[in-house]
Design a protein around this ligand. Structure first.
Ligand code: ADA
Length: 560
């Protein structure tokens, strides 16, 4: 399953995943392991490759003719795509989608090879040994699409409130794969109503972006957490003779996010965030969670009284975002980076890999109404001049790609951050009573008062993007010592009560929803080789803190 709805009615598509592919490790020494490997999936799910880190080869035969587009939703973490022995695409980053267009394939059977590498090293600036696992494999779905001579390669939908009335605008990318010019037209439909018709003229091989003006939609029903109203937006490309050539369908919503003073407003109403940070991680599936497991995670978060999820620390599977759109779960989505020092940020690949991630994230996820904010560079060097330059460039890149959403980053630089003038929302990760003993209310007030001084963050919305404590599932003790479920529950109660009563604070994300596996170099500071700050453990079994959080979140006001 690739998306929660059909993305084409005219273009013929099929899923290449949902099957077993030929697989072989490519070890530096020793014999390769050969298997039939489930795709999508992580090779750590198989007993023979449970701990393998390195290079591997996947192979799948497919029959096709003509122009073909292969879409990969995620390969962890570096991919080289070969068709019939020829490299057609290279891609870095486990968490962003990419595609390859193959022109005029001869009819018959073809061989698709995916060379995957999940090793760490100087070439990889973002996938580093970290407080979460970097799995290996084709971890998200793969689709094959048969393209005509021209196709719709992308579409961004923007809704806006003007004088209290909804307006819609779209930008649609089209491409001519042929060596002769193309004349035609493009129809945009919202559910079954025509929104706009645009003439299309493409020179041989040309790519173009067609834009509609702002179109009034006074009857549109707004998307909100309480009423997540969605519309199907179809872009249909017609030839000169009026015959349909290609189409692209996405799901969109009418909603507006902006900041005003210290508030984040959704459709003009103040948001009060009660959320969870979540890693894509599960003992049975690795980072390759099936749809039903994603649904279950969202059901538990809803039961806990949450209205938001933070996709820490990378762009998520689009199917999960589809579910957030459908269920009204607000999303903080961020690019892929966690805890990188200035030295890490000076890796010559860092800037390019971050920028690629941002472009691919916003390119693919722009239309999700549930995403209300973009984040970057979790807990990196936002206290140094070099770091500031990286933050500035990436935040500006986001603004050039999306003018409609606020931007932020989760800082851990206690009273030393120098980047708050660059963002729309100031965000902090704090761990009072876990990594230090200062009472939560004292620590938070001190931090908040400092932000209101000359930091560039004064008067802006303020979010706590992480707070939490470790609790090992099943470890119960009347002494309520650290790592016990009791200590975790009590600590969270104190932390949340301080945060939710802090003046000027727009809300909180708990670190974290579920326990997750970490990389080997973190084992000495992570009991059970897991980050144990989940409110549920890795199998989603509730800890004592579940009831505590549910009580606090259900009691706190939703949107005011
Ligand atoms: C950080 C970080 C998280 C996690 C957390 C923790 O704030 O952003 O990824 O590592 O700390 O558990 O210490």
């Amino acid at each position: 399953m690739i998306r929660a709805f059909d993305t084409h009615k005219i273009r013929r598509t099929r899923e290449l995943s949902g099957s077993l592919w030929e697989f072989s490790t490519l070890p530096q020494e020793g014999e390769p392991v050969r298997l039939k490997m489930p795709v999508p999936g992580c090779w750590q799910n198989e007993p023979e490759t449970l701990t393998y880190r390195g290079r591997a080869r996947y192979e799948k035969k497919f029959a096709a003719a003509g122009n073909v587009r292969l879409e990969f939703k995620g390969v962890s973490h570096t991919a080289q795509i070969r068709v019939d022995g020829e490299t057609v695409k290279e891609h870095y980053n486990a968490y962003t989608p990419f595609s390859a267009v193959l022109k005029k394939l001869p009819a018959g059977e073809h061989t698709l090879e995916v060379l995957v590498d999940n090793s760490f090293g100087p070439d990889s600036a973002l996938h580093v040994p970290n407080d979460y696992q970097t799995y290996g494999g084709i971890t998200r779905p793969v689709a094959l699409e048969e393209l005509a001579g021209q196709y719709v390669s992308g579409m961004h939908f923007t809704s806006a409130l003007r004088d209290g009335k909804w307006h819609a605008a779209a930008e649609v990318s089209v491409e001519n794969l042929e060596e002769i010019p193309f004349e035609g037209s493009l129809e945009l439909r919202l559910d079954d109503q025509t929104l706009a018709c645009l003439p299309v003229h493409l020179e041989a091989g040309e790519k173009a972006v067609l834009a509609t003006p702002q179109i009034p939609r006074p009857d549109a029903e707004a998307w909100s957490p309480e009423n997540p109203q969605l519309y199907l937006l179809s872009a249909i490309l017609y030839g000169k003779d009026g015959g349909a050539v290609d189409d692209l369908i996405d799901r969109v919503g009418f909603r507006e996010v902006r900041t005003e003073g210290k508030d984040i407003l959704l459709n003009g109403r103040k948001l009060s965030i009660r959320g969870f940070c979540r890693h894509e991680d599960h003992p049975q599936f690795g980072c390759s969670l099936p749809w039903s497991a994603m649904c279950r995670d969202l059901s538990l978060m809803r039961d806990l009284g949450a209205n938001s999820v933070r996709t820490s620390h990378y762009p998520n599977d689009e199917l999960f975002l589809d579910l957030c759109d459908e269920t009204g779960m607000l999303v903080w989505e961020e690019n892929h980076a966690r805890g990188l020092s200035e030295e890490d940020m000076r890796n010559p690949n860092f800037e390019r890999q971050c920028e690629d991630c941002i472009r691919e994230m916003i390119g693919a996820h722009y239309n999700h109404p549930s995403i209300y904010i973009w984040g970057i560079l979790n807990e990196c060097a936002s206290h140094t001049q070099y770091g500031r330059e990286c933050y500035r460039k990436q935040l500006e890149l986001i603004r050039s790609l999306d003018q409609t959403r606020p931007r932020s980053f989760a800082s851990c630089q206690f009273k030393t951050d120098i980047c708050f003038d660059l963002v729309d929302v100031v965000s902090y990760n704090i761990y009072p009573l876990w990594y230090h003993d200062t009472p939560a209310d004292v620590y938070l007030k001190d931090l908040y008062d400092w932000v209101q001084k000359d930091t560039g963050g004064s008067g802006k919305p303020f979010l706590i993007t992480e707070v939490g404590a470790g609790g090992i599932y099943g470890y119960r003790t009347p002494e309520k010592v650290k790592w016990s479920e009791e200590y975790q529950a009590e600590t969270l109660e104190k932390q949340l009560s301080a945060i939710l009563s802090q003046e000027g604070c727009s809300g909180v994300y708990i670190w974290q929803f579920c326990d997750c596996r970490v990389c080997d170099s973190w084992f000495s500071v992570r009991p059970r080789t897991m980050n144990n700050k989940g409110i549920v453990d890795e199998y989603r079994r509730p800890k004592l803190a579940y009831a505590t959080v549910k009580k606090v979140f259900s009691g706190a006001g939703k949107e005011e």
